[in-house]
Design a protein around this ligand. Structure first.
Ligand code: GLN
Length: 489
């Protein structure tokens, strides 16, 4: 039998329906792979018992002909999604031991569609980071290795466990969340597809909040088709999330193969700053050529407020985070460190429970929201955010989609010096503008650099136009013929 972990979701779905193997066999193959690759530290918790039980239920439904859209498909769940009866940590010590009594809307939908949860995936603490180095549960290692160095590389972040698990064949797909790039950047670093849908497309209910006006769940998979299949299941209106939009869910898979003939693809000049990594720039040029070859028209565009996006994001996101994280006070969730007074208990709990990066964000966020600085920072950032969104609105009057690199560099080393937080924030330079504007964005693995490391290209479209985004992504994927990792026995 072929190695079951190498299959795509689409192929496994068809083969399960034809009874070529069972959901239990497919799940067992992934559980065995997870065991063999424990050193990647992709999972905070493996849930083999849950997985096998759900796979058995899937086999029963497959036998009775009542199967769902993801029946029997083994998936990893980022440990930011609350899962009923299964510990949910957000990668933080403060939530260690928290077992939610409820299921997030997105994971409930995945469950209702018949998918099998393999476990909870590692992430940067509270999804703050671009490397997975801030997780309380330790760094995740990318399954990729550079040709010229033997040390471990980061998978990107914050959905680093998701990216490592999917690229390393430990899961057929995974959930991610993207606040400023946390689906797209790790997808780029690990050579997989990552989709951040329009803000409001997927419910945030039951997803541990980082920055509520930016957070958005999405799928991470090895192919564009698999991402389309997963996203269709994950999205849809949820009355429990007031920012979830009452929009019909398109059949994203149905548009694949429609091509890009006649589409206008925008190339924003601000995404080619002086000093851009030459291999990233070259791959972007390649992507532009692929679009032309497929019959699209290339249009040079300008998004003039691009350079303000990073500083704006690093005001808005910490501001919202400082407010959202106020609830971790030792009273209701997770860890508590006793003190002589209530105030002392709060401060000791928070001092012991949060890591350095989270504390930095809380301090920045509290500062920009404080009475004397609110107008100068937070209010100003909100105004600039509106200008960034307007840049995109104007651009989409001229073009149907925008093509850019996903990240400014390939993956870096787990042990590379990380003494400058601002250097880490620069990873997000190409992803945060779309987050601030609330538009959909996807990263497609487009090639390798000379050191053998994956690089992704990013596709952006206007709000609610994921269908055009998927069409462009499919053409990139077909043209790139990306050299995936080989499945290791
Ligand atoms: N790297 C960004 C940050 O640290 C984005 C994180 C995310 O999208 N969750 O804020």
């Amino acid at each position: 039998m072929t190695n079951l972990t190498a299959l795509t979701i689409a192929t496994a779905r068809d083969k399960l329906a034809k009874k070529e193997f069972t959901a239990v066999e497919l799940t067992q193959a992934h559980l065995a792979a997870m065991d063999r690759h424990k050193h990647l530290n992709a999972f905070i918790a493996m849930t083999p018992d849950v997985a096998v039980a759900r796979a058995k239920e899937s086999d029963a439904r497959l036998a009775s002909g009542k199967s769902g859209a993801l029946e029997g498909i083994p998936l990893g769940i980022k440990d930011l999604f609350c899962t009923e009866g299964v510990q949910t940590t957000a990668g933080s010590h403060i939530l260690e031991g928290f077992v939610p009594p409820y299921e997030s809307t997105v994971t409930q939908k995945l469950r209702d569609a018949g998918s099998v949860m393999l476990g909870k995936l590692n992430l940067d603490e509270f999804a703050m980071g671009s490397s997975n180095l801030t997780s309380f549960f330790g760094a995740v290692k990318s399954p990729w290795k550079a040709k010229t160095r033997s040390d471990d590389l980061v998978p990107g972040g914050s959905s680093g466990g998701s990216a490592a698990a999917v690229s390393g064949y430990l899961a057929m797909g995974a959930t991610g969340t993207d606040t400023g790039g946390s689906i797209r950047q790790p997808a780029s670093f690990c050579g997989i597809v990552g989709v951040k849908p329009t803000y409001g497309r997927c419910s945030r209910w039951g997803v541990v909040a980082f920055a509520s006006s930016l957070d958005q769940p999405g799928p991470m998979t090895r192919t564009v088709r698999d991402a389309a299949i997963m996203l269709k299941v994950m999205c849809g209106h949820d009355p429990k999330d007031s920012t979830s939009a009452p929009m019909a869910v398109p059949d994203f898979e149905a548009v694949l193969g429609q091509g890009v003939k006649g589409l206008r693809i925008g190339i924003p000049k601000e995404y080619r700053p002086d000093g851009l990594n030459t291999e990233v720039a070259a791959l972007w040029d390649c992507g532009i050529q692929w679009m032309k070859d497929a019959g699209a028209t290339i249009v040079d565009i300008s998004l003039p407020h691009t350079k303000t996006a990073l500083p704006t994001y690093y005001i808005v996101a910490p501001a919202e985070a400082s407010s959202n994280l106020a609830r971790y006070d030792g009273v209701r969730f997770g860890q508590r460190v006793e003190g002589k007074s209530l105030d002392e208990m709060y401060s000791k709990t928070r001092a012991a429970g949060f890591g350095t990066e989270v504390k930095r964000r809380i301090l920045i966020g509290t500062y920009v929201l404080s009475a004397g600085y609110y107008d100068a920072y937070y209010l100003k950032a909100q105004k600039v955010r509106a200008l960034i969104a307007r840049d995109f609105t104007e651009a989409f009057e001229k073009v149907d989609a925008i093509l850019t690199p996903t990240a400014p560099t390939p993956a870096f080393g787990v042990n590379d010096p990380q003494d400058d937080p601002v250097a880490m924030y620069l990873n997000d330079v190409f992803t945060v503008p779309a987050s601030l504007a609330g538009i959909p964005g996807a990263s497609v693995p487009a090639g390798l650099n000379s050191d053998g490391l994956p690089l992704g290209l990013q596709v952006l479209t206007k709000r609610w136009d994921e269908e055009t985004m998927f069409r462009v992504c499919q053409v990139l994927e077909d043209a790139a013929q990306f050299p995936f990792l080989k499945v290791t026995p």
